[in-house]
Design a protein around this ligand. Structure first.
Ligand SMILES: [Zn+2]
Length: 58
């Protein structure tokens, strides 16, 4: 059983590797505590089309 939770952009220009931690987008990882007290890892992938930069209001 995997202890990884992958969050990645839908419909991105590239295919994200959600099977390993070695995706080309250089995902960030941080530990998250589950309800049962175990610790899993949240793997946040980055879109390569720069959509995050557009969230900054003018
Ligand atoms: Zn990725």
């Amino acid at each position: 059983m995997s202890n990884r939770l992958h969050v990645h952009p839908v419909g991105d220009l590239i295919v994200h590797d959600t099977e390993t931690d070695d995706c080309v987008c250089g995902p960030g990882m941080r530990p998250v505590k589950r309800d049962d007290g175990s610790v899993g890892w949240l793997v946040t992938h980055h879109s390569l089309d720069g959509r995050e930069k557009q969230e900054n209001p003018a």
